[in-house]
Design a protein around this ligand. Structure first.
Ligand code: BJW
Ligand code: ZN
Length: 243
């Protein structure tokens, strides 16, 4: 049964939030494991993997161009706003780790954000070490090239089989370590709990003594790891969760 009791905010509280595609669903952005994980008959793994990019980079750029175009029309929803308000109240006692690449947490006002899987509007070179750069250009037909070295450009996104940025993981680990000895809540919202290492954060936080809370439309794979499970839409549950 749903336990809708709000979480009490006190001066000792540290909150690590993990969000997934479900949090952006009410903004009109499709979740991953909708449509049986297919995109125009392609498995998502094929358009979001280094092997897929090597095989057909134009297809991958079409996929991400359409997603850039679609996400640009979307705005944060009340779930995003609730997390921005929570950061306002907690300051450095708050960290948001998101698997989403749509940037909507930043638009909503969150600044303490780790974009674990990259950013839809950032591009990098597959050949040289120029810094990843902000880029909202669309490439539905041809693969863009680096104007420094001529190699193919690619979205700055962590695909399957790719390593997450160690600095991002370190930032999350540091937050958890600093929260030891304090009251800590790990709150996951809108994620199916199948993609690692994000799906393992709940266990890491449990071991560090956190209370673990999940807000999701349905019970995901790792539901057993949570102390509290609230099934519902994040845009409706999150605004009522903190007092
Ligand atoms: C709502 C809602 C509403 C709907 N309100 N809720 C350990 C075990 C097994 C496998 C592995 C392992 N460790 C690593 C792996 C391999 C792999 C992996 O996890 N595979 C699994 C699928 C089995 N992981 C990796 O490859 C990662 N890399 C890695 O581990 O590297 C190691 C390494 C070391 C040394 C050298 C080299 C490598 C990288 C993972 C990157 C994932 N990237 C993607 C795609 C790119 C981003 C993009 O294009 O957008 O990121 S995959 C895709 O899944 C995307 C998402 O961020 C991610 C998570 O999905 P999410 O957010 O959970 O969405 P959904 O759709 O699955 O779920 C939405 C949920 O919301 C549902 O439950 C709905 O019910 C709910 N919902 N509306 C509330 N309104
Ligand atoms: Zn280059």
């Amino acid at each position: 049964m749903n336990d809708l009791a709000p979480l009490r905010l006190d001066d000792d509280l540290r909150v690590l939030v993990l969000t997934g595609a479900g949090v952006s669903a009410e903004s009109g952005i499709a979740t991953f494991r909708d449509s049986n994980g297919l995109w125009e008959q392609h498995r998502v793994e094929d358009v979001a993997s280094p092997e897929g990019f090597a095989r057909d980079p134009a297809l991958v750029w079409r996929f991400y161009s359409l997603r850039r175009e679609a996400a640009a029309k979307c705005a944060p929803n009340p779930g995003h706003a609730a997390l921005a308000a929570l950061e306002d109240r907690l300051g450095d006692r708050f960290l948001l780790a998101t698997q989403n690449i749509d940037g909507l947490h930043g638009v909503a006002g969150n600044t303490r954000v780790v974009e674990m899987h990259g950013n839809l509007y950032t591009t990098r070179c597959s050949g040289c070490d120029r810094r990843p750069f902000r880029d909202d250009s669309l490439h539905p037909d041809a693969v863009p090239r680096c104007d420094r070295c001529g190699s193919m450009l690619r979205p700055h996104i962590v695909w399957f089989g790719e390593r997450l940025d160690p600095a991002d993981l370190q930032r999350i680990e540091d937050f958890i370590r600093a929260a030891r000895g304090h009251r800590m809540v790990f709150l996951a919202a809108g994620t199916s709990g199948v993609v690692y290492p994000a799906a393992g954060l709940v266990d890491v936080c449990r071991r560090a003594g956190a209370e673990t809370v999940l807000v999701n439309l349905e019970a995901p794979d790792n539901v057993g790891a949570f102390d509290r499970v609230i099934t519902g839409r994040s845009g409706e549950v999150l605004p009522a969760l903190f007092v």
